[in-house]
Design a protein around this ligand. Structure first.
Ligand SMILES: [Zn+2]
Ligand SMILES: [Zn+2]
Length: 498
């Protein structure tokens, strides 16, 4: 079936910056583009009402299951005090006999601390409560949750009495809560993710599945159900288990498998100590160089694309070094991913380039924490905070940067990421509007080897579009632009218009 989309300005994002006024599609593909007038052809005709159209957005890094799950739970983002938190928890939805809350930033609370286990027990003394910190690297639990975790795991030690868990205990807690959901509840989380993705103009999202350790959790379940979804999910077995990844014929392995933690939890692995911490506190490297060398060599040998979470310069260098060793043995175009890749010293750039690695960035991290005298500045100091999230420097050095939300950490909304990349707090790292859009289109398509069918509006490419109400190339503020419609495979799958 042919469909003609007209009455719009289509930005191709190709090398020549072509724009079109109409596009003809056959089934899910673009078969013709028209600059001005289009011929009278037999086709279903869809009027796009003066929209400005970009290729459908691709978010290259989400935790869609957790995002979809926590979306049904309690959002603590706007809490200013412990009382605010407890009030919201009192009204929480109960999901499979558990309470989930997320996006807690204790720095925004007047008490500047987490709620205690005792305070949470007063809210509910029989239903397990899990509160995730905004960066996902710490959590707080109540007594019923503690019991559930101890019953479900063979731990030969007690949990911290204050109910605050970080590092591997944070993973164990989250894993225990997630494991107690049934298949229907799991698939529902992805449906929730899809709804939000479409509302914000995405037609493809990369999603991490697994507990970041040995288990790939419900990866096979999602693998079987991929065709039940409108959007394309690019799935990642997020674990160190190569055997399982190969068994399920995954194209890649990893995701937020951790080389280090986060700045917020003072666990990002640094070459020099944190600014306002005791001397020599350099964060945490979760694995040895030897571990990464072996793991990455094996994955590379088996033609798996590798993605690793690395934030501090020392952690990033561990991964880059291991990939360079593997590339030296046999050079392959596998597009291995440095996920987050926040603190990049100048001398690291040639090494990243040599490794032919892609940087999977979260521009919203800069918007949230990158302001002068903001969090990054405070913990890293004047000199280092200028070396964070170096989108422009990387791009200028021909290192491909892609955009991701790390949803549930930040909103699943590419326009917010584009806005953040254009308005980077460090003027030297600001991207042009086109380069910022490319993070979520052209570059993102390359990450999954889809550069010949996604990420541009071009003949023989997928008919995946996002229709905006304003022209992103001539507006002063990207943050007032709204997604009017999302079109996937030439079908309108989200619309604010009747
Ligand atoms: Zn992540
Ligand atoms: Zn991560």
């Amino acid at each position: 079936m042919k469909t003609l989309f007209y009455n719009a300005k289509f930005y191709s994002l190709d090398e020549k910056n072509n724009t079109y006024s109409a596009i003809l599609c056959d089934n899910d593909k673009i078969i013709e583009t028209y600059k001005d007038n289009y011929p009278n052809i037999e086709a279903q005709k869809i009027n796009l009402n003066n929209s400005f159209v970009l290729p459908g957005f691709i978010d290259t890094h989400t935790h869609s299951f957790e995002g979809g799950l926590y979306q049904q739970g309690v959002d603590l983002e706007n809490c200013n005090s412990i009382d605010d938190i407890l009030t919201l928890l009192n009204q929480a939805n109960i999901i499979s006999d558990m309470i989930f809350a997320w996006r807690l930033d204790e720095n925004n609370l007047k008490e500047k601390r987490f709620p205690t286990k005792q305070e949470l027990d007063k809210v509910n003394s029989h239903t397990p409560i899990l509160i995730r910190r905004i960066d996902g690297h710490s959590c707080i639990i109540n007594t019923p949750a503690e019991k559930m975790i101890l019953n479900n795991n063979k731990l030969d030690y007690a949990l911290p009495d204050n109910g605050i868990l970080s590092g591997s205990l944070n993973d164990i807690a989250a894993h225990t809560f997630h494991k107690n959901l049934d298949n229907n509840a799991i698939l529902n989380c992805y449906k929730q993710a899809q709804t939000i993705a479409l509302q914000n103009g995405h037609t493809t999202i990369h999603t991490m599945i697994g507990d970041a350790n040995q288990s790939i959790l419900h990866y096979p379940l999602m693998n079987e159900h991929l065709n039940d979804f409108i959007i394309d999910f690019e799935i990642y077995p997020q674990s160190f288990n190569l055997e399982q990844a190969l068994k399920y014929k995954a194209k890649r392995i990893g995701g937020c498998i951790l080389a280090d933690g986060s700045f917020g939890s003072f666990t990002a692995g640094l070459s020099q100590a944190y600014q306002d911490k005791p001397i020599n506190e350099k964060g945490k490297l979760y694995q040895t160089q030897n571990f990464w060398d072996t793991f990455i060599e094996q994955a590379h040998k088996n033609n798996l694309q590798i993605g690793v979470h690395c934030i501090g310069d020392e952690a990033i260098m561990q991964i880059v070094t291991a990939v360079n060793k593997a590339q030296l043995k046999e050079t392959k175009d596998l597009r291995h991913q440095l996920i987050h890749c926040e603190l990049v010293r100048d001398d690291m750039i040639p090494e990243i380039k040599k490794a032919q690695m892609y940087v999977v960035a979260q521009p919203m991290f800069d918007a949230l924490w990158g302001q002068e005298y903001g969090f990054y500045h405070k913990v890293l100091g004047e000199k280092r905070y200028k070396k964070l999230n170096r989108y422009k420097t990387l791009t200028d050095n021909d290192i491909i940067v892609t955009g991701g939300s790390d949803w549930y950490i930040t909103d699943l909304a590419a326009l917010k990421g584009i806005n953040a990349a254009v308005n980077h707090h460090n003027k030297n790292e600001r991207l042009s509007i086109k380069d910022a859009i490319k993070l979520y289109t052209v570059n993102a398509a390359k990450l999954s080897f889809d550069e010949n069918n996604k990420g541009m509006i071009r003949k023989n490419f997928k008919a995946d579009f996002v229709c905006l109400d304003k022209d992103i190339f001539s507006t002063n503020s990207i943050n007032i632009i709204k997604v009017k419609r999302t079109i996937k495979n030439a079908k309108i799958v989200f619309s604010t218009e009747t």
